[in-house]
Design a protein around this ligand. Sequence first.
Ligand code: G1P
Length: 279
Amino acid sequence: MIRKCLFPAAGYGTRFLPATKAMPKEMLPIVNKPLIQYGVEEALDAGITDMAIVTGRNKRAIEDHFDISYEIEAQIQGTDKEQYLQGIRRLMDNCTFSYTRQIEMKGLGHAILTGRRLIGDEPFAVVLADDLCINLDNDGVLKQMVQLYKQFRCSIVAIQEVPPEEISKYGVISGEMIRDDIYRVNSMVEKPSPEDAPSNLAIIGRYILTPDIFELIEETEPGKGGEIQITDALMKQAQRGCVLAYKFKGTRYDCGSGEGFMAATQFCYDNLYLKGLSF
Ligand code: G1P
């Protein structure tokens, strides 16, 4: 029912310079696997097969990654190294990848609007690949959210509690609790100061959006940082209809920060790579 997943991937990744000078931040590896591959796996495991990737200049490595490399295939054919490509082959066999370019960087809302033609008039998921979400023994975060969507049929944002000193890095919600892990949103602010934050519930990079969001983004004026914010468009959607915030099960690593990147690397090394599960 949710068939498509949008990956805004045009950002410059300035927090990780110089690594991101000539390489997309989405291709930074967590041990041996690039961030965006984890995101696509999470989407496919949620039953989503159509990947819509909003890229920009210097992002061609993403397209090449989800394509055949004939030289490498020929080189490793018949050797035990073929197993290293099993994971990416599974994605290529079961998903389609469509791309469009965001010409100017005008914010996350603008990036999502850029993907409109690839999505069309249907509900869709959004994954911000630098938020790596892991829930090894149970359903991935997107799968949890797709199940919720089936029940509620409205936009859903994933949230987690964060300490006050970190709140200004996030979109923050407040709302009415309708289940111990679900809120009906009544307020949403992009990157507030700790004093102005409506709660300690921060939005992380997983969304399910209904397609009316596109028109709401079009109506949205530039907000925080002079950028068109998805948080502001979602606030309008919450006022006119319903938006849910979901406290997901699992761990999220902010791989756009050195600390989160290191923690994710250590976790994936111990729990996936060393066990031969990281292909
Ligand atoms: C974006 C969103 C923000 C959200 C965050 C999650 O911010 O604008 O609302 O909390 O992703 O990672 P960014 O981190 O791109 O500045």
